[in-house]
Write a protein that binds this ligand. Structure first.
Ligand SMILES: Nc1ncnc2c1ncn2[C@@H]1O[C@H](COP(=O)(O)OP(=O)(O)OP(=O)(O)O)[C@@H](O)[C@H]1O
Ligand SMILES: [Mg+2]
Length: 237
């Protein structure tokens, strides 16, 4: 069976301060495809360009040159409004620092992307509750984000990322601020989403240990892909 390509990068270059004296080329022409339903990690040392690449994959930033086909659509040519629609519908973001609204309840935080998608108030609440149940946070749904622990906040953030049922979850160091036990809890949720809902998950991390849990490891160094392999244990735990 042919697998569907969901992320298709062709010769992606990213430069900062383009054309200026201090021009910096950070990504030097990256080429790779990610298939629907894959659980992939992108690993590399600090400063290797992981977050720069994540911003491009997530359509938060544009490459300086190269072509990026996201779910069959060439997004290089789209305007900002269309890009934000695509982000809202196709991609769920999870960040190291959670990026939740501190004085808002867990429930309301999960409702935010649904609000942007124009979902009615009653539907929003119902969906947000279901999502918080899925990540084991239903009992705490009325607690404000600043009253929750790091691990609890990250679970809320994953529920938020799933709000509009995106096909891709993009997570940048999602366990970076957590102790290892709590980090594993968060990884367990990703494994569950991968297995039970066939989500494409892209995990960005500097941890080789975490990467080993995924099906495929793309290693980057100094803005280049230097290794790309399917994991020996097939990502099974
Ligand atoms: N907005 C920017 N302007 C200029 N340079 C930048 C910008 N963003 C990132 N860089 C540079 O690009 C390089 C790669 O940064 P990036 O944040 O992608 O690394 P990373 O692999 O995510 O590192 P870490 O593991 O520490 O998060 C670094 O040298 C950084 O200084
Ligand atoms: Mg980074």
């Amino acid at each position: 069976m042919d697998k569907k390509v969901i992320i298709d990068m062709h010769n992606i270059v990213k430069k900062y301060y383009e054309g200026q004296e201090n021009e910096l080329e950070i990504l030097h022409g990256m080429d790779f495809k990610i298939y629907e339903g894959e659980f992939v990690s992108i690993v590399g040392e600090s400063g290797s360009g992981k977050s720069t690449l994540m911003n491009i994959i997530g359509a938060l930033d544009r490459p300086t040159s190269g072509e990026y086909i996201l779910d069959g659509e060439d997004i290089s040519s789209l305007n900002d409004k269309k890009l934000s629609e695509i982000r809202n519908q196709k991609i769920g973001f999870v960040f190291q620092s959670f990026c939740l609204i501190p004085r808002m309840s867990a429930l309301r935080n999960v409702e935010v992307p649904l609000m942007y998608a124009g979902v009615s108030r009653s539907e929003r609440k119902k969906r947000a509750k279901e999502l918080l149940e899925m990540v084991g946070m239903a009992e705490r749904m009325d607690h404000k984000s600043n009253e929750l622990s790091g691990g609890q906040n990250q679970r809320v953030a994953i529920a938020r990322a799933m709000a509009n049922n995106p096909s891709i979850i993009l997570a940048d160091e999602p366990t970076g601020a957590l102790d290892s036990k709590t980090g594993h809890l968060v990884m367990d949720i990703f494994h569950k989403l991968h297995k039970e809902q066939n989500k494409t998950i892209v995990l960005i991390t500097h941890s080789k240990e975490l990467a080993k849990e995924t099906e495929r490891i793309i290693t980057i160094s100094d803005g280049n892909v230097i290794d790309d392999r399917y994991s020996e244990n097939g990502g099974g735990l």
